[in-house]
Every structure is written in C-alpha cells, then in structure tokens.
Design a protein around this ligand. Structure first.
Ligand code: ZN
Ligand code: ZN
Length: 276
C-alpha cells in the first residue's frame, strides 16, 4: 500500500471517530442528557447533501495532496527537535489557517470558493471538511508543503491531523463544553471556545482564527461580543437545573462599529469588519 493511501485511510478513520461520532451523538440524534450544553444557533435546513458532497470532494483533494508526499519527505529528528516539532506545527498551521481564512473573506474572488463552507449559519461537525475543492486544496496542500520546508517526522503530521480534526469538530459543535473557569487563566483563555467559530458561521465577518485567539486579537477581528457571549452561554448552563439552550442574537442586533470589550484581566479590541 502506498504512503498516500496509508495516510488517507488513517485520516478517514480519524474523521469517523472524531467528526462523525460526535455528529451523530450530539446533532443528528442528540443525547437528551447533553441538552443543557447546547447553544441554539439557528434553524437548520433539512438534509445534509450540502455538507456530504463537498466533504467527499475534499477527501479526493486530500488524497491528491497526500500523493505529493512520501516517506522520503520526512526525516528523523533528535529528541528535543521531535518534542518541539509538535507545538511548532500547531503554531504554523494556526497562522496559516488565520491568514488563508482571512483572505478568503476579504477577497470577493476567494470568497466565492469559501462560501461553500458558509452554507450553514448553524454549523455541525459535518461542516468540518465541507469545502469547495479550491478551498480544500488551500487547506490540504499545507500537509504536503510543510515537510518539504520544515524537517519533521510522519508522526508529527499524523498528530496534526488529530489536532486539526478534534479542534474543528469541537468548534463546529453547537455545544459549549469549554469550562468557564479556564478563561481566568491567561494562557488557556487564548484557546478558542466553540462559541468563537459558531459566531463566525452566524455573523461571517469576524472570528477567523482556528485554535488560538491571538491572531484575531492582534488583527482586531474578534467579534465584539465574543467573550461576553461565551460567558452568557456558560451562565445559561449553570443558572438553571434544566437550562434552556442559549440563543445567539440575530445579525442585525450585533452589527455595530468598533468597540472595546473589557474581559477579565485585559481588554480585547474587537470589531465587526465587513467582508464583502
Ligand atoms: Zn469563514
Ligand atoms: Zn467552519
């Protein structure tokens, strides 16, 4: 079996475990015991063809990108190089995703490809790989080019697939499992909660980062109400014994000029920048 085929089967298995299982358990046939963790993002259109067909084409693009790499693309690292290579690939992919995503929103030409991913204003894990083939190529070529530029091992890339799918699956779940108290810790609160990407799907024009919040903060592209909304979502889970799902405000209620939102031990400048 070729290297590309082996890695492709590996990603397929991960996708089933990390994306499809949560989708069926929490979205398709949601467990009643989990209802208190849910956010009400909007009314979903019936059927899933708009996610399934783009996802199948994304897998085809992924396989094509994997054909560009083989065992010779990777190397053997020293112990410390190996340890450091994990945060390194996460940080580089975090920046790569922010800037490609940002450009896909800011460019009318590129947005015509990215809008495929935005057919759902209330995302579920099925949207994780629901891309136009052009956007899928932008995402997956990273895994072919990275080992050509930065010496790394196969297991580091395999870890990155797990990390990417776990974070994306959690970010597309209409459930907020991220503990509120963790947002009191300066480093941990940098990690994007599910509310962050759900707000991106609902309002389109902000919240472009994937794993960490710092690019949105540095570029002033956080939704002005992100942190407030996160706290409201968590409060709705705590106040009631049988909490009702928190509902995000409609778009017209949240589009406003640049404002500052104080949050914990700092202030996050945020904005609703128009994309198109
Ligand atoms: Zn987007
Ligand atoms: Zn998304």
């Amino acid at each position: 079996m070729s290297f590309a085929t082996t890695q492709f089967i590996y990603v397929l298995a991960l996708y089933g475990l990390i994306v499809l299982v949560p989708f069926f358990a929490l979205c398709y046939a949601p467990l009643k015991s989990m209802a208190g963790w849910k956010m009400n993002i909007g009314v979903r259109a019936k059927g899933h063809a708009k996610e399934i067909l783009p996802t199948l084409s994304s897998f085809a693009v992924l396989y094509g990108c994997l054909l560009l790499v083989d065992h010779d693309s990777f190397t053997t690292l020293s112990k410390w190089q190996y340890i450091l290579s994990f945060p390194l690939i996460v940080l580089i992919h975090d920046a790569y995703f922010y800037w490609t995503h940002y450009l896909m929103h800011k460019s009318k030409f590129l947005y015509r490809f990215h809008k495929q991913h935005h057919t759902s204003s209330d995302a579920t894990p099925l949207d994780v790989l629901a891309f136009h083939p052009v956007e899928a190529f932008v995402h997956f070529i990273f895994f072919a080019v990275y080992p050509m530029i930065i010496p790394t091992e196969v297991s580091v890339m395999q870890f990155m697939f797990i990390w990417m799918l776990v974070c994306n699956s959690a970010g597309h779940l209409p459930y907020e499992f991220y503990p509120k108290f963790l947002y009191d810790f300066p480093v941990i609160r940098e990690f994007n909660a599910a509310t962050h990407h759900q707000m991106h799907h609902k309002y389109y024009t902000t919240n472009f980062s994937i794993y960490y919040n710092w690019w949105d903060r540095w570029m002033n592209t956080n939704h002005k109400d992100y942190f407030v909304t996160f706290k409201k979502v968590k409060a709705s889970q705590i106040i009631s014994e049988k909490p009702s799902a928190f509902t995000l405000p409609i778009v017209s209620e949240v589009v406003s000029p640049v404002v500052q939102v104080p949050f914990s031990r700092g202030a996050h400048e945020t904005t609703n920048s128009q994309s198109l």
